[in-house]
Write a protein that binds this ligand. Structure first.
Ligand code: T46
Length: 145
């Protein structure tokens, strides 16, 4: 997965059942990379914001399996906002995208599927450094939103 891939909402299979619904995700069939890591965010206090960083190489799919939140992305020029509020909907975030997470409703659980294992050196946590990272890319790889 490279930075040219667009950030997109994805729908996962949903098996509707009077006993309750079921969704599933199979490795490279439903997600455009082999899943190397899964993490999840929960018990977020009201009004809290998370994220505020980009990844150099790691791609992610974020899913609000319960509750809802807003995810704001920027490629350094354009800013796009996505509402995650369905258990079978994921947001594909390509590497090189600055992301912040806002407006978590009570009880929200966000599951993240990642293309890489955890590496702190893959994070860009300073926005000026992110702008320099984008400026260092070839022009055709800069605008991805
Ligand atoms: C992302 C957004 C959407 C680990 O040790 N292993 C892990 O796999 C992760 C994800 C985090 N950590 C440690 C690193 C920090 O000491 O957990 C702590 C909190 O991480 P962070 O402040 O980066 O959490 P968020 O919610 O701001 O960002 C997370 C992910 O880190 C990031 O990849 O894209 O969710």
């Amino acid at each position: 997965m490279n930075r040219l891939t667009k950030a997109t909402l994805m729908e996962f299979p949903k098996i509707c059942d009077p006993r309750g619904n079921l969704s599933f995700i199979e490795g490279t069939r439903h997600v455009p990379f082999p899943i190397k890591r899964v993490f999840y965010i929960y018990d977020v206090p009201g009004g809290e914001t998370r994220g505020a960083h980009a990844h150099r190489q790691c791609a992610e799919v974020l899913i609000a399996v319960a509750g809802s939140l807003e995810v704001r992305l920027t490629d350094g020029e354009k800013e796009v906002s996505f509402l995650l509020n369905r258990s079978n909907r994921g947001l594909l975030i390509p590497p090189g995208t600055w992301r912040t997470m806002h407006d978590f409703t009570t009880g929200t659980v966000v599951v993240a599927l990642c293309s890489r294992e955890y590496e702190e050196e893959d994070y860009i946590r300073d926005y000026e450094e992110f702008e320099k990272f984008v400026a260092s890319l070839p022009e055709e790889k800069r605008a991805i939103l």
